[in-house]
Design a protein around this ligand. Sequence first.
Ligand code: BGC
Length: 759
Amino acid sequence: MRFLRTVLCCVLLSGLVSAQAATPTAWANDPQVESKIDALLKQMTLDEKVGQLITYSQGAPTGPGTGRSDYKDMVAQGKLGSIFNLTGANQTNEMQKIAVEKSRLHIPLLFGLDVIHGFRTEFPVPLAMSATWDPAIVEQAAHVAAKEASHAGVRWAYSPMVDIARDARWGRIVEGAGEDPYLGSAMAAAYVRGYQGAQLGGPESIASCSKHFVGYGAAEAGRDYNAAEIPVRLLRQVYLPPFQATVDAGGATFMSAFEALNEVPASANAMTLTQVLRKEWGFKGFVVSDWNSIGELIPQGVAANHAAAAAKAFLAGVDMDMESNAYGPHLADLVKSGVVPQAAVDESVRRILRVKFALGLFDHPYADGKGSNAIAPEDAELARKVAEESFVLLKNDGGLLPLNASGRTIALIGPLADDARQMLGSWGAKGEAKDVVTLRSALTKQVEAAQGHVIYAKGSDILTMSDKGFSDAVGAAKKSDIVVLALGEDAEWMTGEAGSRANLDLPGNQQQLLEALVAAGKPVVLLVFSGRPLVLNWAAQHVPAIMEVWFPGVQAGPAVTNLLLGTSSPSGRLTVSFPRAVGQEPLYYDHLNTGRPADGADLSRPPKNSGEKYLSRYIDVPNSALYPFGYGLTYSATTYSPTSVGVANLSAKDLNAGTARLTVSAEVKNTGSRAVDEVVQLYIRQTGTSIVRPVRELKGFRRVGLAPGASQKVEFTLGRDELKFWNLDMKDVVEPAQLTVWVAPDSTGGKPAQVAIGQ
Ligand code: BGC
């Protein structure tokens, strides 16, 4: 009997363990790992502990370096636990061998890298990936990155960047999922699932790093590294949710941001790093600083020297120092002098070792270097598919697209038509220009296969003001039936870190090139390669077809060509608002209503009376976006029925208790002649609430495939999670309200329905 009970108990227990292993956060709660860590902590000297709390870069690609590059001695002495920017099985294994064989306690190294939108197989930049509105495909892309990185020894991606960005001037808007917290959360979780796989210890899993915690995307005036002022309610409502989504998805690490958040540097901010992240969300992984962000507490003015900076950052909750050289020289002294408790150091070491154990590094420290020489064909195929889903058709007058190439001459013009390196976007990791198929090469091949002809002319540079190439370009246009124009930004210089811009026009003299080509009289298709929304007013008025293609990655050419020629249909939707003028920034769809809304104000003449004048508006541009959040055309046409709701009345009490939910639906019909992937979106607005709520908020979305003529009822449910908000009393609850819901093709469309939420 006792034997039976024991067997039964073991069976149940193992059931429990495997059920636990299946949860995304299982790695954080393994008692066996915790006791191994206890044993290690007992043996570690204070210096060895501090060694686990620092990471150094091989080289200094993104900041002032420490001037070091050879870390072998430190590793052998157990004084360095992690290295980044070192990749490749041979290189990482060589260093790992020192850690595992020569260091006293054989603790393996963790190798990190900015794997942002791919490792070798570069996918479209993250802003483009978000425009797919397809978390499943983003997860697949992240998994490919994890696979490639892990074989090269990199088990830690400094990604996803989940900063909400509402200001297109900020260069790093390209690295995130745009302006919306709901979509941003879905994308954030998708990256974590893709990187970390079913189990962090899987051979092709890598640890994610949610960054930059928090508020970095709200940099004042869009200038990188600038301070951010975010009222606490807004922080909780908009900026924190994507980070929390990564904790819920089991994300193993976080990176603290550079900026001063509400006057307290994000890398010394106990409220966010300890109160919110650890106490409220229960995060069990570790926090690394951003590059030198601990050292930057000195110019920010809250620390007199590196020792003081180390104390502030550490006590606020930053476990690991990236490149500040603050913890290395000072943390042990701070412990000895009693400024930093020994127990706190032990806890931080525990968090880091926990992640190393979870990754299986103690058992499998070495990389196998598999597949390092080339991109696998199926991964290239996925990169093409993601790119195709990410393109947003902004305008298509007269159905100019898709093009019929048969027997026709196409002038392909522009500095981005044949520039392989640009296609990799910012943070290209180990992407190689030679892997990129450019638009010129893919389009020429496909058009020639259709007995057509492509004439290529570069026309201009991206950045210079030279017009030397204009006459060739205009000549090519005149000889052709149609012009395909590839214009946009310089990926490396104008997008990503330190890529803030005060102007959002086409750079260099590309606008002049565009105007010269439109004047040549042939129909123009404008392809915009950019890492942010640009101001496209002139093009919107004078160019019949415009498609935003971002920086599409290694399969840029085939993906763009497939859309141009109609092999595939556009299905991407904007995740950032495209302004009419820089002066509208920050511009985002989920703004609050004023007491004097000015929708539809007539700007063609001065106001006739004070009722027309004293409105919340600009006198020179409409308030609205040129192309709004959620917007994107297809090659077909879709209609939406009025939104319908399951019930007209609900109670806040039931919603809060989780016992009530609301179904919302609409019939979506493809009335055109081509198949579409329609991104059906659900928006809400709540009025009569204790605080002002946004004019619209995204609370659901679904990609729906519709054959020509087909229609589908698309249904969503709204419950506590979607309807709650941080109210006047700073409680995260559903309040009695008048609820308006829209099932819509974008943030401005749809036919609303009303629901009363009573007590
Ligand atoms: C960036 C981070 C990046 C880090 C390491 C910093 O300059 O802000 O996003 O992960 O460098 O390269």
